[in-house]
Design a protein around this ligand. Structure first.
Ligand code: SF4
Length: 363
């Protein structure tokens, strides 16, 4: 017998906003294919058949971190042999490769919570890059990093954001959100801001015109309720500010993490679960946050193509030189040519965009 859509799915298909209970119902009970079909239809209505991506270069200025998150394979302590912190000169050299050779339009700059770097380090980094490359978009420092820098340097969040914006910061990446629900979050992060602090920092950034993406880490120990709660909290903030450029659900990568070492998690989430999360995100966010990104590095390129048919309309970007998921066992080489090919292969239209979703070129 063919499955019938639930009332929550009918609501979504009629363009009504979904409640927390609707979301949990869809997460737990809805037939995956019907969920995917509804999400795909809504994607087509809201964003059409274009699939966007940005030419971006990832730059990790330090892997030294005061936190010790169980989900993380990237961080090191100062005494570790492979700990590093890049000088501003080294960062500008990397930016030269990114922009001149790889044609990146965006630098995505994140790092660990370094306990000894002052605000002048970050200001100097952005000023040096902008002096040499005034047009490149600097998307740097997640709300979690901004919150940490504010605490360490004893400046208010607003002061930190304002000074960094004046030094050349254009946008914030959305990392560090993980999962907002406190009881789950406390089991996967150690020494990172709370969900409320992350949201408040993003709110402060949006208020001074610093837009950015937002993320959610899924596929670890979260519940369906955690997923729905997280996405709805982002939706509600975006109703107030419109500051989020896209929502990027990040599939958890297990290798080399504490969660793997302690056998808390034995395997990564199945692809059916990943697709369910992406479809649900599309339906919960609707017109409030119209871009849903598929992070090909975490999903793999072939599943990313399927996810684009389950509500996704964006492939994030080239992510040249990505290190964080690489540390957790995910290889990540691509080119704009390959992303273009992946999109064309599924009958959609590739579009290279900038950080703020303005079209650079259609193929
Ligand atoms: S996830 Fe971020 S804050 Fe946590 S240990 Fe890793 S680098 Fe540090």
């Amino acid at each position: 017998m063919l499955a019938r859509p639930t009332s929550a799915l009918e609501k979504a298909m009629n363009g009504e906003e979904l409640t927390f209970h609707d979301g949990v119902d869809l997460m737990k009970n809805e037939n995956l294919f019907l969920l995917g079909q509804a999400a795909d239809q809504l994607r087509k209505q809201i964003r059409g058949d274009n699939v966007t991506f940005v030419s971006s270069y990832y730059l990790n200025y330090t892997n030294i971190c005061a936190a010790s998150c169980q989900l993380c394979a990237f961080y090191r302590k100062e005494k570790d042999d492979d700990a590093y912190t890049l000088s501003n000169e080294m960062i500008v050299k990397r930016a030269e490769v990114a922009i001149n050779q790889l044609k990146a339009t965006e630098l995505h700059i994140v790092g660990g919570f370094h306990p000894k770097l002052d605000l002048e380090y970050y200001e100097g980094m952005f000023k040096s890059i902008k002096k040499r490359f005034p047009k490149v978009i600097i998307k740097a420092l997640t709300p979690a990093e901004i919150f940490f820098i504010s605490r360490v340097t004893k400046n208010s969040i607003k002061e930190v954001l304002t000074r960094l914006k004046e030094s050349g910061l254009d946008a914030l990446p959305g990392g560090g959100a993980e999962i907002f629900n406190k009881s789950t979050r406390d089991k996967i992060v150690l020494g990172k801001c709370s969900g409320e602090e992350w949201l408040n920092t993003a709110f402060e950034a949006h208020k001074i015109g610093l837009r950015g993406n937002c993320t959610m880490l899924f596929g670890h120990i979260e519940t369906p309720e955690d997923i729905v709660d997280h996405i709805i909290r982002l939706r509600e903030l975006n109703k107030k500010t419109g500051g989020f450029t896209t929502f990027i659900p990040l599939k958890f990568s297990l290798e080399n993490t504490q969660l793997e070492k302690e056998h808390t998690i034995l395997s990564e989430s199945p692809s059916t679960y990943d697709l369910r999360v992406i479809a649900l995100a599309r339906l919960l966010l609707g017109n409030v946050l119209p871009n849903v990104s598929v992070y090909w590095i975490a999903l793999g390129k072939k599943l990313a193509q399927v996810a684009l048919c389950y509500g996704g309309n964006d492939l994030v970007g080239t992510a040249f030189s990505e290190e964080i998921f690489k540390a957790a066992g995910k290889p990540n080489q691509t080119t704009t040519g390959e992303l273009k090919f992946l999109v064309k292969e599924i009958g959609r239209h590739p579009v290279q965009r900038d950080t703020f979703f303005n079209t650079i070129q259609s193929f």
